[in-house]
Design a binder for this molecule. Structure first.
Ligand code: NAD
Length: 393
């Protein structure tokens, strides 16, 4: 059924394909800026990607103000403030994030501090708290998972209170997303697997949550097809540029989908597992997705049945009886997880991803207060979360 009313907003210009990176100097000029800060992490520098970005400035008169490459996983409040100081100290006028969700979300946090002229990021946590247009911002994803290059979301770890803080505002949307397949070729198999399952989870939750709409459905459906056709291939053959590009597109499309419909309980519980047990976001998504789908089954059977087509292809969709299609979708996701585990050791149980049983209660308490719970079609209490954690353990 179509919603009575919905909004869909994606103003991000997407420059995609080989040498998309080389368009950055032109794009900066178009935005009347000339001195960006680059925010990245050590893994990206070591993989040689920072050099490729810096080299793309060679023939331009633009200057890189400063490079920060010490972003930690999930970022942190302290890091955001440290980078904001560098931005001012080096007279920067724009931001380039190069990396996975951690550098991209860090950059969004830095942009808030600079643009709102306030060094307490916590004040801006939640929905629509930003009052000021943000500085020009280019995001270059190097993982195919979070979709942060096209989302109105930032998630930043508050190391004092042990929670992952969500920020949502249209002002957080980057101006430009650079989707260049060269940027994901060096991604190790295990991170490729986990981040790919993150993209799949975005699409599945976008397609099934309370704020779904026909536009987000279209992006989600297409993203699921691309993930199911390409994820195992990129984990097996990381240098398959075509499949890498397909996964990069899937991730960006899934990002557009969930940025316009939101997510659900997989994300709420996954954020809590990240904050309390430091499980990598993508791993948490992969492990929890089938179990949360089982929990939601009575409310979402028809939608899960529809998703069998993009996830399994025409033949399996046609030969599966109507009443069995939804369960088949879940079964295929479980099989994908196990195949990824065999190929690269991606954990398929929470116990293998660092979660301890003693943490269940704290994870459950944190999860039910996470904003991502609100659009989940079926309400969850602490016991429901503990049951899901137990199944996924
Ligand atoms: P990440 O950014 O933490 O990166 C994981 C590791 O992969 C790092 O060590 C990094 O150096 C390495 N890496 C990344 N790209 C590489 C490449 N091409 N070659 C070699 N190494 C590479 O991982 P992520 O999964 O992309 O991001 C996770 C974060 O994103 C979490 O904090 C999560 O909460 C957040 N997130 C944000 C959104 C959003 O819309 N803003 C959505 C989902 C997740």
């Amino acid at each position: 059924m179509l919603p009575d009313y919905y909004e869909f907003y994606n103003p991000v210009k997407i420059n995609a394909g080989n040498e998309a990176l080389e368009t950055i100097p032109y794009e900066l000029k178009q935005m009347n800026v000339s001195r960006p800060i680059i925010i990245t992490d050590k893994g990206i520098t070591n993989a040689g990607l920072l050099k490729v970005l810096i080299d793309s400035f060679d023939d331009s008169e633009l200057v890189i103000g400063v490079v920060f490459d010490e972003t930690p996983p999930d970022s942190s409040l302290k890091t955001v403030n440290k980078i904001a100081k560098l931005y001012t100290e080096y007279n920067c006028d724009s931001i380039i994030a190069l990396g996975g969700g951690s550098p991209m979300d860090t950059a969004k946090g830095v942009n808030i501090i600079i643009s709102e002229k306030d060094d307490d990021l916590r004040k801006f946590m939640g929905a629509d708290r930003l009052k000021t247009p943000q500085k020009p911002f280019i995001a270059i994803p190097t993982t195919s998972g979070t979709g942060s290059e096209v989302t109105l979301v930032a998630v930043i770890y508050d190391e004092v209170n042990n929670v992952k803080m969500p920020f949502t505002s249209n002002r957080l949307l980057p101006n430009i997303a650079i989707v260049d397949p060269r940027m994901t070729l060096s991604l190790p198999a295990r991170i490729t697997a986990a981040t790919g399952m993150d993209a799949l989870t975005h699409a599945v939750e976008a397609y099934t949550c309370l704020q779904k709409n026909p536009m987000s459905d279209a992006y989600a459906f297409a993203a699921i097809k691309l993930v199911s056709e390409n994820l195992l291939e990129v984990v097996k053959n990381g240098d398959n540029k075509q499949a890498r590009f397909a996964m990069a597109n899937a991730s960006t499309m899934a990002g557009i989908a969930f940025s316009n419909s939101m997510v659900g309980a997989v994300h709420a519980i996954g954020h809590a597992c990240g904050a309390i047990a430091h499980v990598h976001h993508g791993n948490a998504m992969a492990i929890l997705l089938p179990y949360v789908m089982k929990f939601n089954m009575d409310m979402l059977e028809n939608l899960y049945a529809e998703l069998l087509l993009p996830i399994a292809g025409e033949e399996i969709f046609a030969e599966t009886k109507t009443g069995e299609k939804a369960m088949k979708t879940i079964e295929i996701i479980l099989i994908m997880n196990h195949s990824l585990n065999k190929l690269c050791g991606m954990p398929v149980k929470l116990s293998d991803a660092g979660v301890k049983k003693e943490q269940f209660e704290q994870i459950a308490k944190t999860a039910i207060n996470d904003g991502a719970m609100l659009p989940n079609p079926k309400e969850l209490n602490e016991k429901d979360v503990i049951d899901i954690l137990t199944e996924a353990f």
